[in-house]
Write a protein that binds this ligand. Structure first.
Ligand SMILES: Cc1ncc(COP(=O)(O)O)c(C=O)c1O
Length: 369
């Protein structure tokens, strides 16, 4: 029996503030750029865009775009890439392709709400695989093993993680993949923050390269800062899952936006420049945050991430919802209370991949005085 989808708390919060608050200090996407900034990356790109035909495009995604996406992986062919409208559509279609009412799944938690909510709306039973601050937001594989039931169908992982910034150690990641294979479980790995590892040596393999049954999720929105293109994808060697998702896409978006596909392909050809720029912003901002949290250790608990544009610090001595509300009304600085993830720990999401973060942090500093 399917159930109504609950409102997406984080999206509703952003709908209220994203285009009115002056300083977004909780964004999960990196600094973006105008269309001209992308077109300037390559001679002839502007003319190519002008010539672009605006008819329907190929349903799985333009072959040349899929080719470019396949370069992100080691063992994936372009036919094993299915392009979607953002990561969000891919999450929705994966859940509907793989799950039925009565199935059980285990989801890395706290999490981006659709990773649990879509399954719940299908009538599935969701067990959270809890990331705890006392463990530096690490996940316990024994807890996962203990949580597997006869009707468990899937494990959902997100690393680098929204909202904590947790990057799973490589040994745990391999063990997780082995466990999923041994138990015949679908592993859906939300890798939308991949390539934002502060030390490139920490980068994990993509699950689609490591595990022939698993599905990797990617998107232009986060590491590349191109959310307005609304282009995401899944990559998998699992042909049945791929085919079911492709069949469902006929009922959601049919195919992708032609200009977005063109610009996405261009961006991916120059992805090192985009991620390099975004990582430089993150590094500069993190050094300011380190100082900030050291001088305010009486007000916050800070677990410094190893990857990604976001962290989930704890606020001490005041209710986090009231704090965020006062902050945005008095200073225009937007933070995101952890209650929007149904997390009870008085944490908030902090985003630091925007160029104006130093100004936002100054205002937060002033507010604390
Ligand atoms: C972990 C995670 N997955 C998926 C998404 C959805 O990405 P998009 O908005 O590009 O569809 C987000 C966006 O915040 C996210 O943080």
């Amino acid at each position: 029996m399917s159930l109504p989808l609950a409102p997406f708390k984080l999206e509703r919060y952003f709908a209220r503030y994203e285009f009115s608050a002056r300083y977004l200090l909780c964004s999960s996407d990196c600094e973006s750029l105008p269309v001209g900034g992308l077109l300037d990356l390559e001679p002839g790109a502007e003319e190519g865009l002008k010539r672009l035909w605006l008819g329907y495009t190929e349903s799985p995604g333009a072959p040349s775009l899929r080719q470019e996406i396949a370069h992100l992986y080691t063992d994936i062919r372009p036919e094993q890439v299915l392009v979607h409208t953002g990561a969000e559509e891919a999450i929705y279609l994966f859940m509907h392709a793989v799950l039925q009412a009565g199935d059980h799944l285990i989801v890395h938690w706290p999490c981006y709400q659709s990773l649990t909510e879509v399954a719940r709306s299908i009538g599935c039973d969701v067990t959270p695989w809890v990331a705890r601050p006392e463990n530096g937001w690490a996940l316990d594989l024994d807890e996962l093993r203990a949580g597997v039931r006869p009707n468990t169908k899937a494990i959902i992982l997100n690393t680098p993680h929204n909202p904590t910034g947790f990057l799973m150690p490589a040994a745990d990641f391999r063990a997780l993949n082995e466990l999923a294979r041994e138990r015949g479980l679908a592993l859906f790995s939300d890798e939308v923050y991949r390539e934002l590892e502060y030390d490139p040596a920490d980068r994990l393999p993509a699950v689609c390269d490591l595990n022939p049954d698993a599905v990797s999720l990617g998107v232009l929105s986060k590491s590349y800062g191109l959310a307005g293109l609304r282009i995401g994808w899944i990559a998998t060697q699992n042909a049945p899952v791929y085919t079911r998702m492709a069949a469902l896409k006929d009922y959601t978006t049919i195919c992708n936006s032609a200009p977005s596909e063109y610009l996405s392909e261009l961006a991916l050809r120059h992805r090192d420049r985009l991620t390099g720029r975004n990582l430089a912003i993150i590094r500069d901002n993190l050094s300011l945050l380190d100082k900030f949290f050291t001088s305010h250790s009486d007000r916050f608990e800070w677990i410094r991430p190893k990857a990604g544009p976001i962290a989930f610090p704890k606020l001490l001595g005041e209710d986090v919802e009231q704090f965020c509300h006062r902050l945005v009304t008095e200073t225009g600085v937007l933070l995101l209370p952890g209650t929007l993830y149904d997390h009870p720990g008085n944490h908030f999401r902090l985003g630091y991949a925007r160029r104006n973060m130093p100004e936002a942090l100054e205002r937060l500093e002033g507010f604390l005085q």
